[in-house]
Structure formats: structure tokens, C-alpha cells
Design a protein. Structure first.
Length: 331
């Protein structure tokens, strides 16, 4: 029975097929919630035929929805619209799948459960001793302790996970740099940053070389292209400067300062989640796994790292929660 797995976020839709292949599609759900089914059909049309749909999500928190309950039901309705008469299985915070009827009846059991799918699968891949999974995407980073083949956590909701450090609201491309203040290292000292949406973490990583420029992409803070020169200009605004008053070298220096803040914040979460354990390994995953890797080195330089992309491929690692659904459904 070929399966089509979906990880539905507020900014990105990710999919994986049991016959192979993974896909990601940027979609700002909060701007066009009624178009979700159409965009899901675009993903499905590019995949091989399938008999069943597997679903997990984080999109329910989008502010176009009055409540998370409303958001989950909207997502389920869109998936059902795309799936037609094919059955749907929905991943829950109990670590199991339920059918569409049960998911609609108790929607909060399905809210923001994608991290648990990935953690449950990775825990089965490396069962010897403890591991820490660090999964960095475009918007957030999950830090999860794994032991004896399962996630070791009592925190399930986003609110609980923010409190424990297992959810760090910091990602490789969408994080507004003003969230990384109040100060950042610059020019031998430190400088306050402006509380404006002038630049994002994608600008940092284009300048530092972790991400390639994308001249055709204008999904940026100012709507200008994702080029090195425009990224430098956006970052300069974070300290009230422009490219007439600062050099490209200073812009790169500032970008590195922001990068260091990201590294240290995720590293702090890794140390907090690990507690007094020294894990056997740190598994890095996600489209921003380079952020996870830098933080893992800063947190525990003596612990070896395993890059999930080296095992399942970069595309699958970028859509790892969807890929995990396929594996869990077979287990």
C-alpha cells in the first residue's frame, strides 16, 4: 500500500512517498488558509500514486485560526479534500496514528506532534545508550533526549516544550534578527540591535556562506532578492547602518555575531535537555542542520555527531518528519 506522508507547517509543506521521493513547498498558510487544499494537491500531483495519506502538523498555531482546535480541523479538512476517498491516518502526541474521525473528535491530540514522529523514529535507529536529536528547520529547533529506543520527555505541547528548552523558536531562515538581541558582538565590542523586522536568519547564513544566494527569491524582510549584497544591506539596518556607512566586511562581521547568538542559544538548550547525561551521539537533522551541528559542537565538543542527511539523504532530512511517518507506519 503506497503511502503519501505530509508534515503541514505554517510556512512550509513537506511530503514524502513510500516509493521514494521527498518534497518541500513554501506556503504562508496564515495569508491564504483557504488555499491549503490546492497547495496540497500540487504536492500530491508531483508524487507517485498512493493509497493512503499520513499526516502530522504544526500549522494549527497560525494566527489565521482563532484556536489551535480550529486550526487542526482546518488542516484535516484540507487534507481530506485533497485525499478524496483515500483513508487518512493522523499522528498524535500519544505516539500513535488515529483515523480521521478520531482526529476530528479530539483535535488537540494531533496538534504540533511532528517532532514526536521524528524523535520516535530516530530513537529506534540508534538504541544504544542515550542520544540527543537536534532538528533545525526554517523556523524552529527541536532538542530531544532519546534513550532505550524512545523519546525521553514529559513535555508534549509547544508551551511545555518552550519551558523545558526542548523547543527553541529559532530557525535557519525565518527568524527575525531582532529576536536575537538585545545586543550582538560587533567591531570588537557589542552593539544594541533595532527591534524592527529588517532582516532574518536567512540573511545571516547567505552572508556566512551556509546558504547559497537565491537571486529569484524575494521572500525577504524588504522584498528584495536573496543576494549577498541585499542581505548585507538588510543586516546593516539592524544597527541603523547602510552600505554607504558600513563596509561589506563589517556586514559579514555583524552576520557572524548573529550566527554566534543562534549557536549559543541552541547549545544552551542542548546542555539543558541532556542534563547530567553525556550522550553517545548528537543526531542533527533538518534543512538547517548546519545550525544544529554548530550548536552541538559548542555544547558538547567531546560527543560525536551523526548527520541524518548522511543516512537518508539531504532531501529526506529536510522533510524528516514526513519521512518518519512512513517508517513509523510500517513498524
Amino acid at each position: 500500500m503506497p503511502d503519501f506522508a505530509l508534515d503541514i507547517g505554517g510556512a512550509n509543506l513537506k511530503a514524502a512517498h513510500s516509493d521514494g521521493g521527498c518534497w518541500s513547498l513554501g506556503f504562508k498558510l496564515w495569508q491564504q488558509p483557504k488555499r491549503l487544499a490546492d497547495r496540497l494537491r500540487e504536492l500530491a500531483d508531483g508524487a507517485p500514486a498512493f493509497d493512503r495519506v499520513l499526516v502530522t502538523m504544526t500549522a494549527e498555531l497560525c494566527d489565521c485560526f482563532q484556536t489551535r482546535r480550529h486550526g487542526v480541523r482546518h488542516v484535516l479538512e484540507a487534507v481530506a479534500n485533497m485525499a478524496g476517498d483515500r483513508p487518512m491516518r493522523v499522528w498524535t502526541l500519544e505516539g500513535r496514528f488515529v483515523d480521521e474521525t478520531e482526529a476530528r473528535a479530539e483535535p488537540l491530540r494531533c496538534a504540533a506532534a511532528n517532532w514526536l514522529a521524528l524523535a520516535s523514529w530516530v530513537a529506534k535507529l540508534w538504541k544504544d545508550r542515550a542520544s540527543v536529536l537536534v532538528d533545525t528547520g526554517s523556523t524552529t529547533t527541536d532538542v530531544i533526549l532519546l534513550e532505550d529506543g524512545k523519546p525521553l520527555t514529559s513535555a508534549l505541547t509547544d508551551t511545555q516544550r518552550l519551558a523545558t528548552g526542548e523547543l527553541v523558536y529559532l530557525g535557519a531562515t525565518r527568524t527575525p534578527l531582532c529576536a536575537l538581541g538585545p545586543r550582538v558582538a560587533y567591531n570588537g565590542g557589542s552593539i544594541a540591535v533595532m527591534a524592527e523586522h529588517f532582516a532574518t536568519s536567512s540573511d545571516v547564513h547567505v552572508l556566512t556562506g551556509q546558504l547559497p544566494p537565491q537571486p529569484d527569491c524575494t521572500d525577504t524582510a524588504d522584498g528584495r532578492p536573496m543576494t549577498v549584497s541585499d542581505a548585507a544591506a538588510r543586516i546593516g539596518r539592524m544597527i541603523g547602518a547602510d552600505m554607504e556607512s558600513m563596509t561589506a566586511l563589517r556586514a559579514l562581521q555583524l552576520a557572524r555575531g548573529f550566527s554566534d547568538v543562534m549557536t549559543q542559544r541552541v547549545a544552551e538548550a542542548i546542555r539543558r535537555v541532556a542534563g547530567d547525561r553525556t550522550p553517545q551521539r548528537i543526531v542533527t537533522a533538518g534543512s538547517g542542520d548546519f545550525v544544529a551541528a554548530a550548536a552541538a559542537s559548542a555544547a558538547m565538543s567531546c560527543v560525536g555527531q551523526v548527520r541524518l542527511a548522511d543516512r537518508i539523504g539531504a532531501e529526506a532530512s529536510g522533510a524528516a518528519c514526513a519521512a518518519a511517518l512512513l517508517e513509523l507506519c510500517e513498524s
